[in-house]
Structures are given as structure tokens and as C-alpha cells.
Write a protein that binds this ligand. Structure first.
Ligand SMILES: [Zn+2]
Length: 135
């Protein structure tokens, strides 16, 4: 099964099957669940969420996509414009993945927060140096 990338400025109103719309202005990709259930799959492009690779022809999306919220519970990879079905996870495994994702997101946000604090600390320190004409 093929999925073709379409780079867009804005996410369109109507999402066509077999296409993945990618907007780098809002850092989001969207496509319909390839099982045919028409669930809209939104994958934010973000260090803590998904990233894609594009070689000028084909797109790959990482990590895999798990449609845990829909009835189909589809789980697949998008690799070089191809849908690669992964096995369906059990309810328990889905819970584990979700917990892991929450932990990782938390770690990432903590990291961002500490980065911000570091920057603040540096600028505060620089200002102090400037004040004493050292810097
Ligand atoms: Zn589906």
C-alpha cells in the first residue's frame, strides 16, 4: 500500500486517502488511517513526537503510528511511501507504550524547561559581567 507525500502550507479541510499532508509551517503531518476506517491521523512533527525523512521522492515517518484511539487499533510504519503493517498490540502493550510515551514526553518537557533556565541563568550572568565591564 502506497502513501504519497504532499507538502502544504496549511492542512487541507479534506484529507484524501493514500496521501500524507505535511506542513512545516505548523510542524504537523496528517493522513487517513490506511486500514480504510477514515480516522484522521495527526502526527505532530516535534522532537518528542514524530519526525520524517524525505529524499525528494519518498517519505518515511518515525516512529511507527499506532491508532490506539480508534476501533481498528492499526499499527504501522510509513517507510519510503509504503505502509508497512506492524502486528496489532494487545491492550496491555498499548497501555505500556502509552505510559512510556508519557514518560518520554515528560522528560523532554523537563529538558526544555531546564534549557530555558540555563539560558536565563546565562543572560543573568552576562548582564552581571556587563555591569562590571568584564564582558
Ligand atoms: Zn483504521
Amino acid at each position: 500500500m502506497t502513501i504519497v507525500p504532499e507538502f502544504v502550507e496549511r492542512i487541507p479541510q479534506i484529507i484524501e486517502e493514500g496521501k500524507i499532508y505535511i506542513s512545516t509551517s505548523v510542524n504537523t503531518a496528517i493522513h487517513l488511517c490506511p486500514c480504510g476506517c477514515k480516522t484522521e491521523i495527526v502526527t505532530p512533527i516535534d522532537p518528542s513526537e514524530w519526525y520524517f525523512t524525505y529524499n525528494g521522492e519518498t517519505i518515511s515517518l518515525y516512529p511507527s503510528v499506532g491508532v490506539w484511539g480508534a476501533v481498528c487499533k492499526s499499527h504501522y510504519w510509513i517507510k519510503k511511501n509504503q505502509i508497512e503493517w506492524s502486528r496489532t498490540y494487545s491492550k496491555q502493550e498499548i497501555e505500556e507504550v502509552r505510559t512510556q510515551e508519557t514518560i518520554e514526553n515528560q522528560k523532554y518537557y523537563d529538558y526544555l524547561k531546564s534549557e530555558k533556565n540555563n539560558k536565563k541563568r546565562i543572560s543573568w550572568f552576562r548582564r552581571l559581567l556587563k555591569l562590571f565591564d568584564i564582558y
